[in-house]
Design a protein around this ligand. Structure first.
Ligand code: FMN
Ligand code: SF4
Ligand code: SF4
Length: 388
């Protein structure tokens, strides 16, 4: 997570720029459905509620009317800013409501800038909809076509960011190169990427989340087919900072409340709700913190090669970054210190005996591993950026 972008996480103290997000569960947008009334009915416990998609100019509102005519729900908002202000005003004076993001579309830049200023005024997030594939929208160049035109998308992002709004971009994976897309979004200055990791016929494509996690420091909202804690945990394990749900919310009563409860319990038990899977189980590069001393041929070799690091240099880096911490202890573990030890959720009586002996809780152990992970990635990315 890149602290220099104003993004940092402390035990469910999730901040992106000026926003404070109370937990990592989000409502995803559904046009014509997810407005503030919907949030009040289904998603008050969520950390983030993305409402919309709202149409901000004449062209998108005309497209929305045509979509309505074929009986697909859309919001038609002839006075969009007034309408959105009204929506945001509904939450005034309400305690503990989710952070709001406005998912929006427009063929023109001025309405996007106006919506950005409004979102900022209310401490909300603006989200550009690069996801919609309804032909009436794609024909006028909004929604998914923006994924195909990185120059245009980058220009829109950098103009909007001049307002200093916290900006998210809603994407769909598998349309273009997910890595290239995410890097372009990050370089243009957006803060967050909200990825519908859709794999037609197969549910979610976690590798799309992992590719973006490994390539950028963007705050990632992972989306698609999250219906319970198991599917949310998978999304977290491949690098999502938050998960969002759309279709499950009206279908499964209380699904957001249940997920918020489960992830809160998990965070209390483990201290790192989105800890990565081990590299050999397909996890992202944050999982180098859980890697063994690299003495055998295994999946770590591929990752080290990508960063141009020898096994010895990696071993030295982990030792250096753990110096002076309790991770240096642990004679009775496989490799002689906790530096090389596995994730807490992997049962191990040897590691747990050491933690007991030195008086470190599992949660504290995971926080040390998280800090080590951040240190490793910072060092690896810095050394990569200095390559000619
Ligand atoms: C009826 C409906 C309307 C949607 N409208 C929007 C939209 O306006 N903007 C957007 O970015 N995504 C929209 N989506 C996509 C969802 O936000 C989400 O990415 C997708 O449904 C996959 O997540 P899920 O498996 O949790 O449903 C819509 C989805 C549905 C089902
Ligand atoms: S070093 Fe250990 S944890 Fe890492 S990929 Fe290899 S076997 Fe898995
Ligand atoms: S002691 Fe347990 S936790 Fe540590 S490396 Fe060995 S198996 Fe993993």
């Amino acid at each position: 997570m890149s602290a220099d972008r104003g993004v940092y996480l402390t035990e469910f103290d999730i901040h992106v720029g000026y926003t404070h997000i109370k937990n990592p569960i989000a409502l995803a947008p559904m046009a014509g459905i997810t407005n503030i009334d919907f949030v009040r009915d289904h998603a008050m416990s969520a950390g983030l509620a993305v409402i919309g998609g709202y149409n901000l100019d004449d062209a998108t509102n005309e497209a929305a009317k045509s979509i309505n005519e074929r009986r697909r729900a859309e919001f038609v908002t002839p006075e969009p800013i007034k309408h959105l202000r009204g929506e945001l005003d509904c939450l005034k004076g309400m305690d503990d409501h989710p952070t709001i993001a406005l998912n929006v579309r427009s063929t023109e830049i001025t309405p996007l800038m106006e919506a950005a200023l409004l979102a900022k005024e209310y401490g909300a997030i603006l989200e550009i909809d690069c996801h919609c594939r309804q032909p009436e929208m794609t024909d006028i160049g909004v929604g998914e076509p923006l994924l195909q035109d990185l120059q245009k998308l980058g220009s829109i992002i950098s103009k909007i960011k001049k307002t200093e709004v916290v900006l998210s971009v809603k994407t769909r994976s598998g349309i273009v190169d997910d890595r290239e897309l995410a890097v372009a979004i990050e370089e243009a200055g957006a803060d967050m990427i909200h990825i519908d990791a859709m794999e037609p016929g197969f549910g979610a494509d976690y590798n799309a989340i992992k590719a973006v996690r490994n390539a950028t420091g963007l705050f990632i909202i992972g989306n698609n087919s999250v219906t319970d804690f198991r599917s949310a945990k998978d999304m977290f394990g491949y690098g999502a900072d938050m998960v969002s749900l759309a279709r499950a919310v009206p279908k499964i009563p209380g699904v957001i409340d249940d997920l918020v409860r489960s992830v809160t319990t998990f965070q209390k038990q483990t201290g790192w709700y989105n800890a990565p899977k081990h590299i050999c189980s397909g996890g992202d590069d944050r999982a180098l913190t859980f890697c063994c001393l690299p003495v055998k041929r295994c999946a770590i070799q591929r990752v080290l090669r990508r960063y141009g690091l020898t096994p010895q240099e990696f071993a030295d880096l982990k030792v250096e970054l753990s110096r002076g911490t309790p991770l240096e202890l642990g004679d009775n573990t496989c490799f002689g210190t906790l530096i090389w030890c596995c994730k807490l959720t992997k049962p191990c009586f040897m590691r747990d005996a050491v933690l007991d002996q030195i008086g470190i809780s599992g949660v504290e152990y995971m926080k040390l591993k998280k800090r080590l992970s951040e240190g490793i990635l910072e060092r690896l990315r810095n050394s990569q950026s200095q390559l000619p």
